[in-house]
Design a protein around this ligand. Structure first.
Ligand SMILES: Nc1ncnc2c1ncn2[C@@H]1O[C@H](COP(=O)(O)OP(=O)(O)OP(=O)(O)O)[C@@H](O)[C@H]1O
Length: 230
């Protein structure tokens, strides 16, 4: 489902081009549950941004679902994101003036789906995450765990094959983290590919495979990686 070939990403620092990803080769198959771990500043978010079509590699090829998206323009990348990927972030990224239901409807507005269908599908997603009784609440009136459930409902509402979660439990206590990870596990059992960036080994334990990033490259299995690297 995901194939990265010799991916590099550099950023301009003044006049100097500084490499942050240094030749990443990685395959993630459909249905996998992968955790990306590594020290702060090692390039995890940069890698996730490329996998999520939020950013483009400086060099190398990226195939998502068989499509080479490496050279797509912003509009084409937005289409791929809307069709194929759900995002979950540490700080939830909910719009504060919109109810839980309206927040979940947002990706469908971008996808041009009718109001009636939007509401029906948003309600269905909120039922799935156990929050239908809070559908009219504003984010402020929800706990951290509930906010993250709304964010998960928003991520699954367009039925993506891939969910990318960047530190999804970073703002939550350990019991709530477990509830959220159980939710991801359930989605993975239904066939959704999940990639989660985390600093927490308890979170990575939910994954079938851990990908260790250090200094912008992926460590090989002999360097202590759990699971398969191709
Ligand atoms: N847009 C940018 N412009 C310049 N430098 C950047 C940019 N984005 C990331 N970097 C640099 O790239 C390096 C890797 O950042 P990245 O956020 O990918 O690391 P990370 O492993 O996710 O870190 P953390 O665990 O702290 O979130 C850092 O040194 C960061 O300063």
């Amino acid at each position: 489902m995901i194939r990265l070939e010799s991916i590099t990403r550099s950023f301009l620092l003044g006049k100097e081009s500084v490499p942050v990803l240094n030749g990443i080769d990685l395959k993630i198959h459909e249905g996998e549950f992968a955790a990306i771990m590594g020290p702060s500043g090692s390039g995890k978010s940069t890698l996730m941004n490329i996998i999520g079509c939020l950013d483009k590699p400086t060099e190398g090829e990226y195939y998502l679902g068989g499509e080479n998206v490496s050279h797509y323009n912003d509009k084409e990348l937005a289409r791929v994101r809307n069709q194929s990927i759900g995002f979950v972030f540490q700080q939830f990224h909910l719009l504060p003036r919109l109810s839980a239901l309206k927040n979940v409807e947002l990706p469908m507005i971008y996808a041009g789906i009718s109001k009636k269908e939007r509401q029906a599908r948003a309600e269905e997603a909120l039922i799935k995450v156990g929050l239908i009784d809070r559908m009219n609440h504003l984010p402020n009136a929800l706990s951290g765990g509930q906010k993250q459930r709304v964010a998960i409902a928003r991520a699954i509402v367009n039925t993506p094959k891939l969910i990318l979660a960047d530190e999804p439990t970073g703002a939550l206590d350990s019991k709530t983290s477990k509830d959220i990870m159980e939710q991801f596990k359930e989605l993975n059992e239904e066939g959704v590919t999940i990639i989660v960036v985390t600093h927490e080994s308890e979170v990575a334990e939910y994954a079938n495979r851990t990908i260790m990033v250090r200094d912008g490259r992926i460590l090989s299995p002999s360097e202590g990686v759990r699971g398969q690297i191709e």
